[in-house]
Design a binder for this molecule. Structure first.
Ligand SMILES: Cc1ncc(COP(=O)(O)O)c(C=O)c1O
Length: 398
């Protein structure tokens, strides 16, 4: 049956995520996938989660299996609020923290609460496809702002804010950005906040990778500098614990709380309480920072190894970022190279990456960039994948 006449207008602009489509090919046996954004499965604390699950189901089955509060499991909210204050310097007397079902849902609820059809959302160019698609489903107008090496171009941001009165949100991933791996400098963070206050728009600070630094200096979150409530901060358990548990949290000014919580009630009532209790038990009985340290060391090794292989195998005409954390490297090729076509050729040779166009606010805009991921493949596969891609690039670039 063809149901296309029944599809809602809000979905017309939204295409299946290119990354998910590539996954289908990339998950075939024998393909070296540098395409995904998954954490390394060997980093999951499975034994500890098993123990937590047993203890919770033995001691508190009627809480774990019952409905709970939309704002989140109270003990977990408390633990996370303490962590925000201690580790991130966020003043929790002025802010609220709620638990959400992944930071993807955090972006969805924020957009639902703030963005009318036709309202503007400013995004880094390139940006995370999942949230770009969230904004599209609410029929927001997307404004891409170029990413420099130190973050969004502030002149272009101000021009965009000045010229478009419909803007409600600035969407930023300031640390180890997906897809570029770049980190926004302190000066740019301060300027972005100043502009958000001046033009009275909200910054959605999406920070799933922030704790995965393996070199360089920490940069404070934008939220920690926010004294006026213009920043909504999203943290996630996905990249430091387990994405399958679907746990993340939003930290925001008390004034925004009510509408986001009502929106959540209308979406899923509350986040899986059993998952929340597992995270809470883990925070109580184990050491999340030690778990994060193990992941950092693994990604430091894999990230640096991938860069070493790229230095060896990639032609000089290509350039790429050298991230200080996170899981992605962004490769820029000379103009005119179609990385979507390059992907088909790479897949024939059993290597997958994500072409840059997937991360653009305008998916028809040609881009000669691509994203590589280094979190999941072992050393030998990273080397083989990069060698094959290097050969393919050398054929194209001469
Ligand atoms: C920048 C960014 N935001 C949000 C998400 C979604 O994460 P979660 O699993 O918390 O929904 C991802 C996942 O890859 C991401 O890269």
């Amino acid at each position: 049956m063809d149901f296309s006449n029944l599809i809602a207008d809000r979905m017309l602009e939204v295409k299946a995520s290119a990354v998910r489509e590539i996954f289908k090919v990339a998950s075939q046996p024998g393909v070296i996938t540098l395409a995904g954004g998954n954490p390394a499965p060997e980093s999951f604390p499975a034994e500890e989660i098993k123990e937590a699950a047993m203890a919770i189901l033995t001691q508190q089955p009627s809480v774990a299996l019952q409905y709970n509060l939309s704002e989140g499991y109270p003990r977990l909210r408390e633990q996370l609020a303490n962590r925000m204050e201690k580790k991130f310097g966020i003043d929790m007397s002025k802010n609220e923290l709620i638990v959400v079902s992944g930071s993807q849902q955090g972006a969805d609820l924020t957009t639902k609460a703030l963005v009318n059809e036709g309202d503007g959302v400013i995004c880094e160019e390139p940006s995370f496809i999942g949230c770009l698609n969230t904004f599209r489903t609410y029929k927001a107008k997307l404004y891409g702002v170029r990413m420099n090496d130190d973050g969004m171009d502030m002149e272009m941001l101000e021009e965009t804010l000045k010229n478009n009165k419909n803007i409600k949100l600035i969407y930023t991933i300031p640390t180890f950005q997906n897809p570029s791996g770049k980190t926004t400098s302190l000066a740019v963070r301060k300027k972005m906040l100043e502009l958000a206050v001046k033009y009275n728009v909200i910054i959605y600070e999406d920070n799933p990778y922030g704790e995965l630094r393996f070199s360089g200096e920490e940069v404070p979150t934008i939220k920690s500098m926010d004294t006026t409530g213009h920043v909504i901060y999203a943290g996630s358990f996905s990249k430091v614990f387990s994405p399958g548990l679907r746990l993340a949290y939003l930290v925001f000014d008390k004034g925004i709380m009510e509408k986001i919580v009502v929106g959540k009630q209308a979406t899923d009532v509350h986040t899986n309480v059993f998952s929340q209790m597992i995270a809470s038990y883990y925070l109580e009985h184990y050491d999340l920072d030690a778990q994060i340290e193990k992941i950092r060391l693994l990604y430091k090794h894999r990230g640096e190894w991938m860069l070493t292989c790229m230095d060896k195998y990639f032609p000089k005409a290509a350039s790429w970022t050298r991230p200080e954390g996170g899981i992605f490297i962004w490769v820029t090729l000379p103009e005119g190279i179609d990385t979507q076509k390059l992907l088909s050729e790479a897949i024939e040779k059993k290597v997958a990456f994500v072409p840059g166009v997937a991360f653009m606010t305008d998916i028809n805009q040609p881009t000669s960039a691509l994203r590589l991921n280094f979190s999941t493949m072992p050393d030998d596969k990273i080397e083989e994948g990069i060698r094959i891609l290097g050969e393919l690039l050398a054929e194209k670039l001469g």
